[in-house]
Design a protein around this ligand. Sequence first.
Ligand code: SF4
Length: 257
Amino acid sequence: MAKVYDDPVYIASCSFGKDSIATILLALEHGEPLDAAVFSEVMFDHSRNISGEIPEHIEWVYSVAIPRLAELGVKVDVVRSEKDYVTLFHTIIQSGTHKGMKRGWLMGGKCNANRDLKLQPIHRYYKQYRDRGVVQYVGIAVDEPRRLARMKDKGYIRKVSLLEKYGYTEADAWRKCEEYGLLSPLYQTAHRGGCWFCPNCRIPVFCDLRKKHPHLWHELQILSKVENKSSEGFVYGRTFPQIEQKMDDYDNTQQLF
Ligand code: SF4
């Protein structure tokens, strides 16, 4: 049986997407215990302070969301891995078929950035509370049954969905964020947050990035020219030039309307 902790720490895992923000707002409205929220920021390149988060989103996180939550009495701890995307990209593989080659692009469905850049600093953050135990609020809505079923306690961390507890769907979470002026601008172009170089991004999202932030797209163009990558698959086996071609096709179609 799982150990019961007398005085656990209550932490909301926060990506600043609609579900995690709504979770925090529900905790406040219902007087649920909440000691802090933790946000793990993936970095593209530490040395040039380039975040890996979608630019409009990360700017809003620091200029609007964190100050607004502070006004509401919520402390936000930001954690980052020492590593960044560029480090992962240039890491030399030490064994196996691709020994001696660069890791290169992230693999869709098996993303190293998720493990090394996103989750690792959060696990390290939680570890400081190992002796007290942690109740982690996760932003999973009541209409996401499969994700709720996968939500499992881990050691000293007990996971709770306040959206489930209070019967909140994803649409309800959206409305709650709007009510407080805390809906991220990322939803104007993408339906989910994440990294701007993510292999799961859809073509229109890449097009939007290239149009609004050409310097970031240029970073990927430079990486596409790096030799000795373990794979040229930028998005689920499709090469970078193939994706750029798809983006061009998409942009051309848009211009017809
Ligand atoms: S958003 Fe994409 S690239 Fe970023 S950590 Fe998650 S899966 Fe990896």
